[in-house]
Design a protein around this ligand. Sequence first.
Ligand SMILES: C[S@@+](CC[C@H](N)C(=O)[O-])C[C@H]1O[C@@H](n2cnc3c(N)ncnc32)[C@H](O)[C@@H]1O
Length: 426
Amino acid sequence: MNNINSRRAALSLLAMVIDQGVMITSAKKENIESYRLCNAKEKRAAVRLSMDCLRNYQPSQMLLKSYLTKMPPQPLLRIIIIGVIELCVNKAAAHGVVNDSVKLAHELKRGPSFSGLVNAVLRKISRDGINVWSGIRPQSLPIWIGRPLKQQHGKIIQKKIEAVHSKIPPIDLTFKAGGEKNEEKLPNGSLRVWKGAIAKYPGYEEGQWWVQDAAASIPVKLLGNLRGKSVLDLCAAPGGKTMQLLDAGANVTALDISRNRMKILKENLERVNLDANLVTTDIFSYKVGEEYDIVLLDAPCSATGTIRRHPDLPFLKGQEELDILVTLQKKMLGRAREFVKPGGHILYCTCSLLYDEGEYQIEDFLLNNSDIYPVKIDYVSVGLSKECESLNKSIRTRPDFWSEYGGMDGFFISHLRKKDLLANKN
Ligand SMILES: C[S@@+](CC[C@H](N)C(=O)[O-])C[C@H]1O[C@@H](n2cnc3c(N)ncnc32)[C@H](O)[C@@H]1O
């Protein structure tokens, strides 16, 4: 339930994202007074509300075109947008939304002269805007994501993905082997919970499960029997896949450049009572004496497959950042190849919607490395259908998959193998 404190803080968080290009997770750590003064519950509500607004920013502006002859200045417009989201998406009681919005307007320098407008518009929307809202199309992706997505899958699928992005995503839990409860699971074995229900699931302190989107759990599940295998988990933090590898019995070296993220990985491993060899370093500085059976490269990427969880992302990133990531991923794939044994496996994945960070990356890698070949993926074993098949035997999940369960993150997965040239000679 939102109150004026959470609404005020949501307004500040929105300004941080839209005006200053700061991620919500980082904005929370900034010294924003309106956020700092909230209690824990109000803070959570403020984050939720700002995310709801970011998911529906464009549709809110569309709706307002029918109610305003001229858009008011920022941040008054954002006060109204927060009100629209509260009324049309969260179905909050009109009088609380209108009163708080008018009070927030009064707190602004030029606000008092607009408070009548805020009051009138939100009252009208509370009467008939909710019906109009249901006819407005979901928010479009920015061009650097939307255009390639349309080229890859066509307009209909692009629109389906955009529709999923407007919805609040569920939370998926991956259970340690033997830690599962007798409950209905998703086809890949994850347990899906909705808002608030996560607290009901016992076993967190005991380390029986961790939060991981169903799609993110798929790459490791495709590796088959891992008992006794040596695995180099490049780009490992915060460790969702490291925990899966360890739980499946692999001997894991988990490497990541980020000290902070490695600290979280270490805490995660302690909680689930699993142990890996931890290395905090740059993949390009890592020197190894041995080669590994399996190298997992969950490369840094645009994270466009996770927009349902991170609706701030389309407001922050752009083509320039994508180009830098694509260059880095290419270099990382080359590095991963050096670490794998002849006959060993490379599992490359990204939580991106874009072929540039998936299919095209692998296409280029295969062209330049004749000793590497793609392996067919048994996607049926993780509950996926033929629709996930992509170039060079790779697979791709999309947010509009598993719509009957509430969707999934977008993920690209390619399973590659290094030829064992000596074995061929014998
Ligand atoms: C997609 S995340 C990894 C998620 C992780 N595999 C999991 O399942 O929880 C990518 C990671 O790459 C790391 N990274 C980025 N550049 C790196 C580099 N040059 N060397 C090593 N790690 C790097 C980031 O710190 C980040 O933790």
